[in-house]
Design a binder for this molecule. Structure first.
Ligand code: FES
Length: 195
């Protein structure tokens, strides 16, 4: 091999390399169902899982209509190398009237408005609900109300939309009362998305 041919050969090596590297993507472009990507390159779809339970002592709710705020963290699967991302879902745990002072009844809802995702408020004052949110609740019934487009939700009717454009009640949380430790334990959020 003379010097000119040798130099041509050396200079053409990167071109051959680039061509070789493009074969696999080109093949996948032409035949996308050629096979699964190698293990670990993408995450497998999975169900969201809670990062930890949220707990409150029952003593944090000394009477009906006391509300506590919390942020529930949920790990969601994602098609990335990390395989997941953490969603932080703000919520309200609200004690509602029961049959007596020791009867603890709760509703627990995500605060993310199902209309367009604003964070809604707890509005215990019916006058504020009437003047600020265009809805007068029955006397003595606080509501959840969204400042963005004035959707109002009734906590005593399973979060029913009683005013405004929201298409459905906010997502609820699953919870239970641990009688031994006298604790409210919030463990999961209604499936189907965040808002
Ligand atoms: S985002 Fe709540 S009413 Fe529109």
């Amino acid at each position: 091999m003379n010097r000119r041919t040798f130099l041509k050969f050396i200079l053409s090596l990167p071109l051959f390399g680039a061509l070789l590297l493009s074969v696999s993507p080109l093949f996948r472009y032409l035949k996308p169902t050629a096979g699964a990507f190698p293990e670990g390159l993408v995450s497998k779809p999975d169900s969201p899982v809670r990062v930890r339970n949220i707990t409150f002592p029952l003593s944090a709710f000394p009477q009906p209509w006391v509300v506590q705020e919390f942020v529930f963290e949920q790990k969601n699967p994602e098609y990335t190398r990390a395989g997941a991302q953490i969603s932080r879902i703000p919520g309200f745990a609200l004690r509602i009237p029961g049959k007596g002072a020791d009867d603890y009844q709760f509703v627990v809802y995500s605060r993310i408005c199902p209309h367009m995702g604003c964070i809604f408020r707890y509005v215990p004052d019916p006058n504020e609900a009437a003047t600020g949110f265009n809805y007068r609740p029955p006397e003595g019934t606080p509501v959840f109300a969204c400042p963005c487009h004035l959707s109002v939700f009734d906590p005593l009717q399973e979060g029913k939309v009683v005013s405004g454009p929201a298409p459905r009640p906010p997502r609820y949380f699953n919870f239970e009362i641990d009688k031994g430790s006298q604790t409210l334990v919030i463990s999961d959020v209604e499936s189907g998305g965040i808002a």
